[in-house]
Design a binder for this molecule. Structure first.
Ligand code: GTP
Length: 597
């Protein structure tokens, strides 16, 4: 395709506003797949994504569209993830495109995340076409939402495209808007090769597949290329595009998107944002790269069964093959034995990895309290990063500690604003701004990340009945009065439950954990004391009474098969328990104990 007939675009939308449905319609309308191949939501190709209804990996699809002007256009759709944890993936998808479709549910209006992504797109220099989706719904208020787009985002929405992705209404209008309203890419076919690494993943048969966007020059099969930042040289084995099926092509030129393979073994060898250049005719300057993804939430993952340690190591290595944003290193805990300290982009990312480990690799795991990355300034003048409460130095050696803050934008209907403001102030939030658009409020807060990682999303959703939307960005570090709270069960320290909190929150949280553990730890033959302490000072205490003799008596006597069943059951149960001194704590107690209400 000549470069002036290429359009590269991404779709920006809040979760559930209909991005995947629209993408499927575009693929269908341009004949990328036959009806039989058309499964629901082709872009969300991981099981887990389907179940949770979220898009994780950025993907691209090449569409061929004959426009009303009679010419064939190549439309490259770059899918972007919708959740805040994956904001960094959004930025790389945007860098590979010239324009965005802004999809807004006409019955819901603009949400906080949409806002953040639109600003990123505007920053990336995108032309933005507003699309009002779900106009088939009786509750749709397209005129009101248009006004909102103009008021909140400052975009002209007068020629917004009104569609129903579900019924297929006006999909043609979207395709025409892409052709007539987005600019074609710019690039020089005769200049030395420069291609941007947008993403990479591991494929069982092909090895590492690299998603690229060519800026200048051409990339072809057999070409010797070099990763500019990494310095490694590779021979290109395959060049292709997604339709969304993988289809091999001879080469890719300026403005084009597609993939290459080059016998690369792990995704860790491919830096996203790197520039691919021709080894024989190297370009001098790299393309502007992306911000690297830095883990902001860490927790320990331990096998319930110590024999599974090697299996866990192998499984983590496999996951890492496909997800370079996930980090892990071996660690040991006095209570839990051998395990790994793992770093994630956010809480959702943590949950997804944990779930995949349990489901795909059949591992029973214990996760310790999630922690953010603190900066500890020692009296000696040294500064270190701390993401494991167990590594906190003795208070006598600490001059001060800094914690990370975020700037959060929350959008919520008026009725729930009070509850949201209370939640934010409980979490030590500082209000930056509060504005109204119609009956929706937009609150901007600075919040300590530490207060958000535990269960902020859950709380936000529950106090607003699901109506609040939330987005955040990191907003620097600030000194804070932080303490480590230890949990003791019958006098034994359960290091996996230790956590760091602001002094003002320590007692409330310590008490809440003790109360929860009281319900989560089954009664045993003796009395169990549960304590929360800062250093040597106990700040909360609960006691679990001993089992009465009558209850245990039931286990004796009776018929033999029932007894055997009981024993089997106990053995099963054992696997999911950890022994602390004399006390057994069920696996489920760990994360549950740390969730606040
Ligand atoms: P994520 O993948 O989570 O980002 O969500 P998404 O934005 O891709 O939303 P998706 O396409 O999965 O649509 C969300 C829900 O809205 C689904 O139940 C769709 O069937 C429904 N939906 C999408 N478009 C329309 C529409 O035009 N009209 C109506 N009534 N429902 C729609």
């Amino acid at each position: 395709t000549p470069i002036d007939r290429i359009r590269n675009f991404s779709i920006i939308a809040h979760i559930d506003h209909g991005k995947s449905t629209l993408a499927d319609r575009l693929i269908q309308a341009t004949g990328g797949l036959s009806a039989r191949e058309m499964t629901e939501q082709v872009l969300d190709n991981m099981d887990l994504e389907k179940e949770r209804g979220i898009t994780i990996k950025a993907q691209t699809v090449r569409l061929t569209y004959k426009a009303k002007d009679g010419l064939d256009y190549t439309l490259n759709l770059m899918d972007t993830p919708g959740h805040v944890d994956f904001a960094y993936e959004v930025s790389r998808s945007l860098a590979a495109c010239e324009g965005s479709l802004l999809v807004v549910d006409a019955s819901q209006g603009v949400e906080a995340q949409t806002l953040a992504n639109v600003y990123q797109a505007i920053e990336a220099g995108h032309e933005i076409v507003p699309i009002l989706n779900k106009v088939d719904l009786p509750a749709a208020e397209p005129e009101k939402v248009k006004q909102q787009i103009e008021d909140v985002i400052g975009l002209d929405a007068s020629d917004a495209v009104m569609i129903s992705a579900k019924t297929g209404l006006n999909i043609e209008g979207v395709l025409e808007a892409l052709v007539t309203r987005l600019p074609p890419p710019k690039g020089d076919p005769d200049a030395p090769l420069k291609a941007l690494v947008v993403d990479s993943w591991y494929d069982q048969y092909l090895g590492v597949v690299i998603l690229i966007r060519v800026k200048d020059g051409r990339i072809r099969r057999g070409q010797k290329v070099r990763m500019m930042a990494r310095g490694s040289a590779h021979s290109v084995e395959q060049v292709g595009v997604f339709t969304p099926r993988m289809v091999a092509v001879d080469d890719l030129g300026p403005g084009e998107m597609g993939y290459i393979t080059a016998a690369i073994k792990t995704v860790a060898d491919v830096a996203v944002g790197d520039t691919i250049i021709d080894d024989r005719n190297p370009a001098a300057e790299p393309l502007p790269g992306f911000k690297p993804s830095i883990p902001v939430v860490w927790c320990g993952l331990y096998p319930v069964d110590a024999d599974d340690f090697e299996k866990l190591r192998e499984s983590l290595a496999k996951l890492r093959l496909n997800d370079a944003s996930f980090h892990y290193e071996a660690e040991t805990s006095a209570a839990l034995g051998f395990g790994f300290r793992c770093g994630f982009l956010g809480l959702l990312h943590l949950e997804i990895i944990q779930e995949r480990l349990q489901r795909e690799f059949d591992l029973d795991l214990i996760a310790t309290a999630p922690s953010v990355v603190y900066r500890v300034h020692r009296t000696s003048g040294e500064v270190e990063e701390l993401h494991n409460p167990a590594d906190m130095p003795d208070p006598s050696q600490i001059d001060h500690i800094e914690e990370p803050w975020i700037k959060a934008t929350i959008m919520v209907p008026d009725d729930y604003l009070g509850a949201i403001l209370t939640l934010c102030s409980e979490r030590r939030g500082q209000q930056v701004d509060l504005t109204y658009v119609g009956n929706r409020a937009m609150a901007v807060y600075r919040l300590p990340l530490n207060e958000v990682v535990f269960d902020f999303y859950d709380r936000l959703k529950s106090v607003s009945r699901g109506y609040a939307s939330f987005d955040y960005q990191m907003d620097g570090y600030a000194e804070s009065d932080l303490v480590r709270i230890s949990i003791l069960v019958n006098g034994d320290l359960v290091d996996a439950l230790s956590f760091i909190a602001h002094r003002s929150q320590a007692e409330r949280r310590g008490r809440s954990i003790c109360e929860k553990l009281k319900d989560l730890i089954p009664r045993q033959l003796f009395k169990i004391a549960i304590q929360a302490a800062i250093g040597g000072r106990v700040i909360a205490r609960e006691t679990i009474g001993a089992l009465s003799k009558d209850v245990t008596a039931k286990c004796y006597g009776g018929d033999i098969s029932r007894k055997r069943k009981l024993l089997e059951k106990q053995k099963e149960g054992k696997k999911r328990m950890r022994q602390f001194g004399k006390v057994e704590i069920p696996q489920s107690a760990f994360l549950a104990a740390l969730k606040m209400d």
